[in-house]
Design a protein around this ligand. Structure first.
Ligand SMILES: C[S@@+](CC[C@H](N)C(=O)[O-])C[C@H]1O[C@@H](n2cnc3c(N)ncnc32)[C@H](O)[C@@H]1O
Length: 230
């Protein structure tokens, strides 16, 4: 099975903190300021489910969360989380096989798309887009290689991104061995959000701009609003 985190589920969080300190966590926690007080939320690829406890700290009741996670081991750990008064439906499936006829108010994809080759990334993006209501929010968190790539004198310069490329190559090799991760390069999801009419409400960077955290709103406008922090 592709993208199977079962083998690493027991120590995934420790590994993440060891390598990225709390950058991956902070990038997701910051977005929680945009949580609605009530509503339906889809979380895809939430890993060990620590985000459920963080959500409960911000909004302790009134949310209906649907937690779609392909790894059975990750799901087992997630089910032990303290979710306060929120309702959580745990769905142990690949998101490709998940569907609903009730649209969501918010979709969270924390470090999900970096697992996918372009074809699956496109397919999953469009699938999720159909499940989000107009005006709904999307919390997208992932690695980013696009910042600092600038053209200053007509030629393309790599202003400090080389280490990120090397880092990613090593990560992909490791996760291919451990989790049979399908991807071998990072897909830039921005064109997908642009084309589908998403507008950036806030964009923040972590870990020397290797990690991006974006809050997007589904609108009819096909524009990409530049963030103040870039
Ligand atoms: C890189 S981990 C990130 C975990 C968590 N979001 C975090 O930041 O700690 C990716 C997670 O996505 C899950 N995943 C991968 N492909 C998936 C799919 N097609 N559908 C649902 N979950 C998936 C994996 O099982 C894994 O738990």
């Amino acid at each position: 099975m592709k993208n199977n985190y079962d083998k690493i589920a027991g120590y995934y969080d420790q590994l993440s903190r060891l390598v990225f300190f709390k950058s991956q966590v902070n990038a997701q926690i910051h977005q929680l300021g945009y949580l609605p007080k009530t509503g339906r939320i889809l979380i895809v690829g939430g890993g060990t489910g620590w985000i459920l406890e963080e959500i409960a700290k911000v909004v302790p009741e009134g949310l209906h969360l649907v937690y779609v996670e392909i790894s059975a081991k990750m799901m087992e750990i997630s089910k032990e989380r303290a979710v306060a008064g929120n309702i959580v439906d745990f769905v142990n499936l690949g998101v490709e096989d998940f569907s609903t006829d009730r649209p969501f108010d918010l979709i969270c994809t924390p470090f999900l798309f970096d697992n996918f080759a372009e074809e699956r990334a496109a397919m999953v993006f469009h699938h999720l887009d159909t499940m989000l209501r107009k005006g709904g929010l999307w919390f997208h968190t992932d690695f980013d290689l696009t910042v600092n790539m600038g053209k200053t004198d007509g030629r393309k310069h790599d202003n400090g991104t080389w280490w990120k490329t090397v880092f990613l190559v090593l990560m992909y090799r490791f996760f291919k061995l451990i989790a049979n991760v399908e991807a071998s390069k990072l897909i830039n999801m921005k064109p997908y959000f642009d084309a589908a009419g998403y507008q950036v409400l806030e964009q923040k960077y972590y870990y020397r701009k290797f990690i991006q955290s974006v809050v997007l709103e589904k609108t009819d406008q096909k524009t990409w609003v530049k963030s103040a922090g870039r």
